[in-house]
Design a binder for this molecule. Sequence first.
Ligand SMILES: [Mn+2]
Length: 459
Amino acid sequence: MRLGVRVDMVHANAVVSAIRHSNSEGMYTLLLNDCALTASSPDVLELYDLVEYKDGKAKFVSKGGRLTYLRRISSQVKKIFGHTISLKTDPRCESTVKEMQKRILEASMLCVRTYISGAPISVRFHADGDGAAAAIALYRMFNHISETSNAPHRHISWNPVRENFYSVQQFETDMMLFNNYHTAEKPLVIGLDFGTAEESAPQFARSGKFETIWIDHHPMPDALKPPSNYINPMEYKGNSSISTGFVSSLVASASGVQSSDLAEASLISDMSMYANHSDLRAFKIAEVLDYLTVRGSDHLRRPKGMESVIADQDALDSMYAEVHLMVENALSAGQKIAAKYKCKNDIIAVVVDFAKIKRMGMDYPLPGRYASRLQYLLEQSNPRTVTIVHYRSFISVRAGREISHKLKIPELILAMGSDTNGAIKGGGHMEASSIDVGDYGMENTLSLFLHLIGAENPK
Ligand SMILES: [Mn+2]
């Protein structure tokens, strides 16, 4: 059995590995052979000072503990990586997982090293089921490190992100946090399931003062130079069906933490081709995370709160029942009011006016996810379905894999843009895209789009 660190213990020869400046007195992270504690001090300490620890206080002994620090941090990191576990992987993406393995292990080790040393960490995750699953996997990993290394009380800030890029504001907030610290290891920003967009470029270029681990599975624009420790399955002959939650669970499993439930839930949430829809627990988690990231309270939109729901079977079951009913009702209402069009190649276009769903008092899921769910449902009975959900000035288009390569929707959107002198904008990929109708108006845009996919009698 592992014994906790007793606060009344006296530790000689502790080394200062991180300093947090505050108005009154500094807070110090002290590295020992078998633990990493936090202490205040009557003395003004510097990095790598050797100190004596007693009752939460550090007393200066001597300078020059850098080598002691390096030796200790390496041995503490090593201790954790004796227990790597494996994650069940779909045979279809095994080769990609194998190719990513080295980067995954490096990322995991960097997390452990940064955490134990006491350097601050900012985790930013896309506010959806996949991003949240990824964040919770890492949350479990950091908890595990905290227990295994006797390293409590670290600063990690967990932030859900709505944009698809690492913004100036996010960057400034991270720098503000990091500026309060003076640390042996660089501070760390972890980006999950977002950020692979051109708008991130200036912030990535300025990221020299901290380390990054960036996990994403969206296509990379040519203009973007990724930050360090960038892991995207698309760069390893994989595809976007390998979710961020799945890759993050691999990072967690490298340090001995089980999160296969989150890996599976993220695949379901992102409608991955590797998703196992008969895994009921994973399905429930996906449904609940999708909901919490959109409608959860501040606490329930962060890993600690979300994990408290997942870890409690009753809480998970009852929240799932509630959310699932909302989704089912909204989807069946949509099927009733949908307008259907026969198109070329035996394709059926299903058009839903989301404002009508809202008027019936249903405002969850949001239109984009709603379109994905409806498409998934409809393609069970007819794989040649294209789902079109419109709300305000936006249209979400979803197409099944079987027909998406015939339709080439992103190309149609570009064509509509040039036909309308740039009034219509949008983008996405073959299976999921969105259109901003701009000045061209909803009615006109819809009929233009339906015309392009060869709908009979479009409005
Ligand atoms: Mn994702």
